[in-house]
Every structure is written in structure tokens, then in C-alpha cells.
Design a protein around this ligand. Structure first.
Ligand SMILES: [Zn+2]
Length: 433
């Protein structure tokens, strides 16, 4: 029977392991760059991948594949069993189901990620936290979730950078789960696959993913937020590009002739329904989000994100963009507007629900850590969304990260312990199927 002393020792082991790993990974600058055409988009991501590849080998990965074109890692940990293999099981485990765990090494380009100086606040007193590098305050009045962690250890940035818990917390939690198996040689698990991707934050995590290297039948991303939250549904995402062509002429001789793409693009943006913008929606409502506009007198280009949970709604949005384009063309005779839309990823729900064991196992794995799982829909996507489309159902597990992509990003060590234990539980449960 486990004693109170054992439980304290166990918690201390997890906290120490997670903290040292997370701080080490957070110190490496891995901000991705959406304007770079390189892969990965920033060299620092490879530095973290180097560290992880070496550590994976130490933690029993027999086979650590580094992809030359993307920098991503696909590592395999052979199954570990006590005694003889059970009935129907190949002694070399070839018949076993390989379960993947996935996280991304890059951090969002939306906020600086170089020179991260984490603040470790032990025995948090429930008050306001000063981010000492910038003087900003992290307040429970603004972020009530802080109040759930009084007495726990919090990690924040110093306010000058983001923290990078998205997704280095996920990386640290997966690595800690592997370290736990190394420290517990009697614990069994099935064949595992660890995948660390690059450039997730710029939407390229699964572009050119070396799918032929992967044997995972099912996978889990550890890239979610609040402790206990899990997601098996995400947006269906399209990217739209609207091109405006006008007629450029010297402004002094322009009367009746000039057709100005700058004005056309501005008109187009103001015709988007404001009530269907990211800032006006939540829950299950989708949106149009103009993200970039470049315009001159000969042409203009507007980039938009289209997001919804249903494909039919996306189709409605594309049709609406075309209707707005026609209205702008009518208002600017001689000008032309072209709308092109391409799919980025699809809602994983439709595939994941055909494999209920994947979500049942996850539900059970979280319950075993002592809390109720909370199932959400992701208002976004993960690398798991794309992996699901490639045929590997991949729901998302919380990492514990809060206020991602901002100077106010923080995480509680207790959430990280729970995420790592969830990974351990899943690895064990799947070996018993
Ligand atoms: Zn993430």
C-alpha cells in the first residue's frame, strides 16, 4: 500500500524532474518565423531538437529519427513487458498497438521568445505576481485560475518575453513520463512513439511530415491548456486570399480613370460581418479573421482565416467572400477582385469518433490522476488535427499552460505533474488492450 510518505516522495520526484526539464527547454530560443521560407523557420528549433534527441536516446529510445527537411523528431521506445507475452501477442511486440505522444518545440512568433527568464514562485500565496523584468502584474482579478493554485509552485516569465509553456510544457511532460518509466523498470508499457514537431505555431508542423517513419496507430498531442481539459474536436480551417486589381495612373490625371486597390481592399474589409470576427465570437461560433493586408495602386492582397466547426459553415463563408467581392467590383468599375480559398485542416471529430477507445482511454487516464476530464472543442487546431486527417486519430491533452502567446503566460507545476501522469497512464493502459 502506498503511504503518505511515498506519495510525497512521488510528487517531489515529478516536480523536480518537470521543473528542471521545463526550465532547460524554455531557455532555448525557438520562436518560429512565419515570414521565413526555411524549414524549420528558425535555427533555434534545431538546437532544442538536438537536446531532445540526445535525451530520448538516454531514456531508452532505440531509434531516434531526425528528419532532414523539417527538423522534426520521430523516436520509438520499444514495449517493455514482465514475463512472457500474453496470448495473441507477438514476443517482439510487432502486433502491439504503437501509441504516439506529440508536442511542438517552437513558440509563437506573436510575442518575443528570446532570453526567457522564468520566475519560479514556490508556495504561491494567492496574491498579485510582479513580472520583475517588465513591471507588469499577473493578477488573480484578471486571471481567476491563479486562485486554484494557492500553495502550489507557479512558473511565469519575467514579463519581457512569453514563457513558452506552449508547448515546452508538453515536451517536458512527455519526457518526464519516459524518465518515470526509466526510473520504474518494473512498469510495463506497449510500444511508444514520441514525435516532436517544428513550426506548429506558423501552421507548418505537419507540412512534409515524414509519415513513412511513423508507426503510431493512435496518438495524443500534449498541447492543450487548463488542467483536466481535453479536446477531440477542433476548427475546420481555411485560408483565403483576396486579390484586388485596379488601374494605376498619375493622381493628377486620374479623374474618371483611376481604380484604387487600396480603397477596394479597405472597402472589402469593412464589409466583413463584425459580429463574426474572432473578437466577437466564442464557443461554437466561427469567424472571418483578416490577418494581413498589402496594398498599392496597382494591386492589393488580403489574407484571411476562415474558421468554423462545420464544413458547410466554411462553405457559406467562402460564398459570402465571393458576394462581397462582387459588391466591391460593382462599386469600382474597371477593378477586379478574386477570392481563392484553401483548406488548412479539418475538424478531427468526424474521424476520432470512429475510434472511441482513443477517447475512452484518455478519459480513464485523467480520472486516475484524481480529476474529472473536461471535454472541449479547440478554437484552433493542433498538429494532431492534421495527423488525424493522415489517418492517425490524435486528440489533445492539456499541458497546463495558461495565457499562451503572451507575457502573462504561466503554468502551475501541479498541472504539469497531472499531465505527465496522464501520459504514463495512457502508455500503461494501451499495453493492456
Ligand atoms: Zn501549442
Amino acid at each position: 500500500m502506498e503511504t503518505v510518505h511515498d506519495m510525497q516522495r512521488d510528487r517531489a520526484w515529478f516536480e523536480a524532474e518537470l521543473l528542471q526539464r521545463f526550465l532547460r527547454y524554455a531557455s532555448i530560443h525557438t520562436t518560429s518565423d512565419r515570414h521565413s521560407t526555411n524549414r524549420p523557420s528558425s535555427a533555434g528549433q534545431l538546437d532544442l531538437c538536438d537536446v531532445l534527441a540526445a535525451e530520448l536516446a538516454e531514456l531508452g529510445a532505440g531509434d531516434v529519427y531526425r528528419d532532414a527537411s523539417t527538423g522534426c523528431i520521430v523516436a520509438r521506445i520499444p514495449a517493455r513487458r514482465a514475463g512472457a507475452p500474453g496470448p495473441g501477442r507477438d514476443p517482439h511486440n510487432d502486433c502491439d498497438t504503437t501509441i504516439g505522444f506529440m508536442a511542438h518545440v517552437d513558440t509563437a512568433p506573436d510575442f518575443p521568445g528570446q532570453g526567457v527568464k522564468p520566475q519560479v514562485i514556490r508556495d504561491y500565496d494567492g496574491g498579485d505576481v510582479t513580472l520583475t523584468g517588465s513591471g507588469h502584474m499577473l493578477r488573480p482579478a484578471d486571471y481567476p485560475a491563479l486562485s486554484d493554485y494557492v500553495g502550489d509552485t507557479l512558473i511565469t516569465s519575467d514579463g519581457t518575453t512569453l514563457l513558452g509553456a506552449d508547448d515546452k510544457a508538453g515536451v517536458a511532460e512527455i519526457m518526464t513520463a519516459l524518465a518515470w518509466f526509466t526510473a520504474h523498470p518494473d512498469a510495463e508499457h506497449g510500444p511508444l512513439e514520441i514525435i516532436f514537431t517544428t513550426d506548429e505555431e506558423v501552421g507548418r508542423g505537419m507540412d512534409n511530415f515524414p509519415v513513412e517513419q511513423s508507426r503510431a496507430r493512435y496518438c495524443y498531442t500534449v498541447d492543450g491548456g487548463d488542467e483536466g481539459s481535453v479536446e477531440a474536436e477542433c476548427f475546420t480551417a481555411y485560408h483565403a486570399r483576396v486579390t484586388f486589381c485596379g488601374y494605376a495612373i498619375h493622381p493628377g490625371q486620374a479623374r474618371g480613370k483611376m481604380v484604387n486597390p487600396v480603397s477596394m481592399a479597405a472597402r472589402f474589409v469593412t464589409m466583413l460581418p463584425q459580429s463574426e470576427s474572432p473578437e466577437a465570437t466564442d464557443g461554437r461560433y466561427g469567424f472571418y479573421c483578416p490577418i494581413e493586408l498589402s496594398a498599392g495602386l496597382s494591386d492589393a492582397t488580403l489574407q484571411l482565416l476562415l474558421r468554423d466547426f462545420e464544413l458547410e459553415e466554411i462553405e457559406r463563408r467562402i460564398a459570402a467572400l465571393k458576394a462581397i467581392a462582387a459588391a466591391v467590383e460593382a462599386a469600382y468599375p474597371g477593378g477586379s477582385v478574386r477570392v481563392e480559398a484553401e483548406q488548412q485542416y479539418l475538424n478531427m471529430r468526424d474521424i476520432v469518433r470512429d475510434h472511441p477507445l482513443v477517447t475512452d482511454m484518455l478519459d480513464r487516464a485523467i480520472r486516475a490522476t484524481g480529476i474529472e476530464p473536461r471535454w472541449h472543442s479547440i478554437r484552433g487546431g493542433t498538429d494532431g488535427s492534421r495527423f488525424t486527417q493522415m489517418g492517425v486519430p490524435t486528440p489533445n491533452i492539456f499541458s497546463g499552460a495558461q495565457n499562451m502567446h503572451s507575457r502573462y503566460e504561466w503554468i502551475a507545476l501541479r498541472s504539469m505533474v497531472r499531465a505527465a501522469k496522464t501520459v504514463i497512464n495512457l502508455a500503461q493502459y494501451w499495453s493492456q488492450t
